[in-house]
Design a protein around this ligand. Structure first.
Ligand code: NDP
Length: 350
């Protein structure tokens, strides 16, 4: 359901990807948007993709140039592989198209900042689809923490593990710069914890390994510890290798603890429990829309000048900084300092 006072958008898809097909196209349609075009390097693949997803045929022209020259396209959804995000986002911004880019925003800080700068220079909205912070569960958790329900926060634990589906065992397990579990899953954890704490990550230390019974050039499991401001300890366990492990987020404070099973998932599921001197109780999660729908709702409003995306360029760069520090620590065996920009504090409404 899109907001009546914010007209829906006409979209071009850059990247005929799995995530576009399985998650974003259904969300765009649930939100009442129109999908006009797909750009792809492979016309055959794009043609099949368009037919399968009932996107109007655009003859045989699936080029990026044609998509960006189409004045009817308001916004692009970039779900190409990570190392192409910069070229695609910069071209879209230069063409005056608003940009919803898949995470990680890019594979290194320099190119990520170029994406942010290109969108700012051309006056287009940039959002990055770290969809978890949009979820009703995560907004309820942020509200509890920001309202002081658990007092001073001392630690956060996240488990974000599953078995990587066979169809996704391509570039994620390759030697490409955007491959591996840290770029794929840990960035989501950081996108959740940064606004939850509203403070900066200062240091990272991590160990990454290859556990899967598959050929992989990239590490597929990671255990990371971060120090945030005010001596807050944060622990992440991310893996492509555990088939039966439910995800969770825990936040522990001086006055109480939050335990949230199954919230590190794109489905609108999971629960939030608060335990304090009054015992344990489940916290109501009023908004059970799909996180993608909420992300699109905020993006659409931002395009119409009303508010800002749930995860903007700065938020995405801060999440990327966490990933890069973790990767550097895993490679060098050392603690690595971060140089994050301040994270905005009160964003329970986003
Ligand atoms: P895919 O591997 O499905 O697609 C990436 C690119 O590979 C496509 O754009 C396409 O290139 C090419 N491709 C895929 N299938 C074929 C095929 N059969 N024939 C020819 N080319 C093909 O990637 P994902 O959907 O897994 O990931 C895309 C992006 O989305 C990444 O940035 C990833 O990190 C992100 N992502 C985000 C998630 C989230 O939780 N927010 C979850 C999953 C992914 P072309 O366009 O040139 O045809």
């Amino acid at each position: 359901m899109h907001m009546a006072d914010h007209p829906s958008l006409a979209w071009g898809l850059i990247g005929a990807s799995d995530i576009a097909e399985t998650r974003m196209i259904p969300a765009l349609r649930r939100e009442g948007h129109r999908i006009l075009r797909v750009a792809s390097r492979s016309a055959d693949h794009a043609r099949e993709f368009s037919v399968r997803n009932e996107i109007p045929p655009t003859e045989s022209d699936f080029s990026l140039e044609t998509l960006l020259e189409d004045p009817a396209v308001d916004a692009v959804y970039i779900s190409s592989t990570n190392e192409q995000h910069l070229a695609h986002a910069a071209a879209a911004a230069a063409a005056g198209k608003h940009v919803l880019c898949e995470k990680p925003v890019s594979t290194d800080l320099d190119s990520a900042q170029k994406i942010v700068a290109a969108c700012a220079d051309h006056g287009v909205v940039l959002a990055v689809n770290h969809h978890l912070p949009a979820a009703g569960t995560h907004r309820a958790i942020r509200k509890l923490v920001h309202d002081g329900a658990i007092g001073r926060v001392l630690s956060v634990n996240v488990r974000h593990t599953s078995l990587l589906p066979e169809r996704l065992r391509g570039w994620r397990l390759s030697a490409a710069p955007g491959a591996g579990v840290v770029m794929d899953l840990t960035g989501h954890d950081a996108s959740v914890v940064n606004p939850l704490l509203g403070t900066r990550a200062l240091e990272a230390t991590a160990i990454t390994v290859r556990q899967g019974r598959w050929e992989s050039a990239a590490d597929d499991a990671a255990a990371s510890v971060l120090l945030y401001e005010d001596d807050v300890l944060v622990r992440f366990h991310d893996a492509f290798t555990t088939p039966y492990t439910p995800s969770y987020l825990e936040v522990h404070g001086e006055l109480g603890s939050i335990h949230a099973p199954e919230v590190m998932t794109p489905e609108p599921i999971g629960s939030v429990f608060l335990r304090d001197s009054g015992g344990e109780r489940e916290i109501d999660v009023p908004d059970r829309r799909h996180p993608y729908d909420i992300t699109l709702d905020h993006f659409t409003r931002a395009v119409h000048g009303d508010g800002r995306p749930v995860v903007d360029g700065r938020d995405a760069v801060n999440a990327l900084r966490v990933c890069l520090a973790i990767l550097e620590s895993a490679e060098t065996g050392r603690r690595v300092s971060l140089n994050q920009e301040p994270n905005p504090r009160a964003i329970t409404s986003r």
